[in-house]
Design a protein. Structure first.
Lengths: 418, 418
């Protein structure tokens, strides 16, 4: 069978499964999730065995130690995957929620009810634990999922699929609710992205290159963010000590992620007080500062920022710093260089906080808090399958609810239109 | 200037305007809408004059009389356009609504606030009054819009733009909030569909050919429906008299629209009683019945249905009729041939009504009411810019709220992530 045929058959089977999943009650889905968790623990040794095959190949092909570290599954990561599934089982079921109902003058009762999206194509290059996370979130929200992980994790992903399917079988759920594409051939992704009749939505997660490839080739709607160029604006009325703590956290706590701060904008009236203290703390943590010309005169250790640094997602211990003359300059800078991802202001001024929240066009806008809070779990969505910076469907982190849509239901008594 | 450059400049200007529109309060938007309405009336003669140019060209190029009728603007249609704008002014402003707010264990207050999508590309081939409708809905929801109407309506659309812009000027709103593409060159559409950096969403409205062209060429998310193959299932427990009225209404009241019934599914237990009565009424209204073999034995006037009739959107006085042995067959038929648009059941049975509402995967599912109610105004959304049958963003009719999205706003007191 050709890869094209195989992928198409998987997609058709997923669509058939999704028709079944629409009707499944919460109890069955939660049972399946809990059995999955138990099975992962039970079959830990098999998982580690298959993972070792991936690791051996990865070492042979010369993957960096950081990537090998991300690829490794051990007892601890397996327990954490299982806990993740149990947490998803504990979350409310979004499917079936009536989000509103009203009566029309002609007596029709019109309501909106939450339903699954249908079939989700999930394309990722992250750690194999993402396979389990994504499968759990899709099942709970009543969606069938087709998973295409990184080539380097293929053996790990396939054993995980096998274990998840055992739980589907035990709870009489369709096997095709969760399918891992069993090949590393790139053709598989190309085919997947064209199957708009069977797949409702594509979610890519990984580097900007992967995401651009998916967005350019997909005929199916894609929920994605290319990058997170997150800003903190330290206002003239900032609490300096709070600004130091929040900016440090946003840059240093985990620099390799999309909600880390990449550019700090500092009002000129606080620059002389704030920047030397901030620079000292950042330097101790190994952060390289790339500053505008005015920054350089205050922070001698800084290197001059180039134009390319302003729209850059460093994902590293590097920070671009610009001094602005007023809040308008900060807003203009964010509008020009930002990625609609996450932006924060540090201020004690009421009006400025209101203005920043209203005018910044990002999926998460914060006052006096770290950009690192743009995360489904941190914001209270319970879990997260990704972050979307296009305005469509779900702007920002996507939890269970964002994996659903609503349809209209109408109760009539024979009404006709005149 | 090349067409490509012109369209790109329009899109950039629209994006700049949308940044301004985000901040505009309801009062200003409603004033602009009401002034637009007044101006349309005031300049009725100019509109009719430009419309006559379009009509003369249309006659020369041999457009059908039905199309010429749709193209014609007279005093009555102008008054109705003005009334439409005043109605939009009276609707609540979706922008700024906080759809929820909650407190996190660390004290962060997290909320979701409704914001405009940004820039909307609206591509249509309908009557020129759609230009005014769409511009009004986009303005009210805080979006900039680029309008590309049919070539045959270009003079009408340009004079309407001129009048709408007068109102923008009077209320100090940016001129680029509403722009009509001033050329009939197809290249304009191709260029528009590639400008993903400036345009947030494309809404096409018109024939299936136009919509497929847009969906295939767009790099911007498209909200659309290809066609409406709407079904009514007359259940074994239907009230026959209600079934007759509702089915007649759904087929005959306005057969040329997407929410008209195209296929009627009839339970075998009521077919002998219901179908002859129904067929007689439909025939009197000039409806051609294309029936399955069992239908033919009950309705001798019917012609045999071909396989191509089941997925067909006739948009005409033609109805496909199939007799089913049970409800499962009806559900399977809808799943296979339906377009996820609108489906209705006629029944007095409680359980069947529940099952139909739950299992049918369409944007609007009705019990004992005509499919013709799938319409933003009829369902209580106030107005409608189109109907979307993809699951993303807004499944079903799209009103003002569906022209917005939400962003997260977070109020903190210095919280950092540990």
């Amino acid at each position: 069978m050709s890869i094209e045929t195989m992928i198409k058959e998987m997609a058709m089977a997923a669509k058939a499964a999704s028709r079944h999943l629409r009707k499944v009650e919460r109890g069955t889905k939660d049972s399946a999730l809990r059995i999955m968790a138990d099975r992962l623990i039970l079959r830990g040794e098999d998982i580690i065995g298959e993972n070792k095959k991936d690791l051996a190949l990865a070492e042979k092909s010369g993957l960096t130690s950081a990537l090998i570290d991300r690829l490794t599954l051990d007892e601890k990561t397996i327990i954490s995957m299982a806990e993740g599934l149990r947490e998803i089982a504990g979350l409310p079921d979004p499917v079936g929620e009536v989000t509103g109902m009203w009566k029309r003058p002609n007596g029709l009762m019109v309501g909106r009810v939450r339903i699954p999206l249908g079939v989700i194509g999930f394309i990722y290059e992250s750690r194999p634990n993402v396979t389990v996370d994504a499968a759990g979130l899709c099942l709970k929200s009543g969606n069938a999922v087709i998973l295409k992980g990184g080539a380097e994790a293929i053996n790990s992903n396939l054993i995980l699929e096998e274990i998840l399917k055992e739980a589907l079988r035990e709870t009489s759920l369709p096997q095709e609710a969760i399918q891992v594409i069993p090949t590393t051939d790139r053709k598989a992704v190309n085919t997947l992205l064209e199957l708009e009749d069977y797949i409702d939505i594509i979610i890519p997660r990984g580097g900007e290159g992967l995401i651009r490839f998916v967005a350019e080739h997909s005929r199916i709607p894609v929920l994605k963010h290319y990058k997170g160029v997150c800003h903190i604006y330290v206002d003239e009325f900032a609490d300096i000590s709070m600004a130091l703590d929040v900016c440090f956290n946003a840059k240093v706590q985990r620099p390799g992620v999309c909600n880390a701060m990449e550019t700090m904008l500092v009002h000129e009236k606080v620059a002389k007080e704030f920047l030397p203290l901030m620079a000292e703390r950042l330097q101790k943590a190994g952060v390289e500062i790339r500053g505008c010309s005015r920054t350089l005169s205050i922070v001698p250790q800084a290197v001059p920022a180039k134009e390319a640094d302003w729209p850059a997602e460093f994902l590293d211990l590097i920070l671009a710093v610009m001094i602005v003359s007023n809040m308008d300059e900060a807003l203009d800078h964010i509008e020009k260089y930002g990625s609609n991802h996450t932006e924060a202001i540090i201020t004690r001024d009421y009006e400025r906080s209101r203005r920043f929240l209203a005018e910044v066009d990002s999926s998460v806008v914060l006052v006096n808090a770290s950009t690192r809070f743009n995360d489904g779990y941190q914001l209270g969505l319970g879990a997260e399958i990704g972050i979307n910076t296009s305005k469509l469907h779900a702007f920002g982190p996507m939890g269970l609810e964002e994996l659903t849509t609503t349809k209209f239901i109408v109760y009539g008594d024979g009404q006709i239109r005149s």
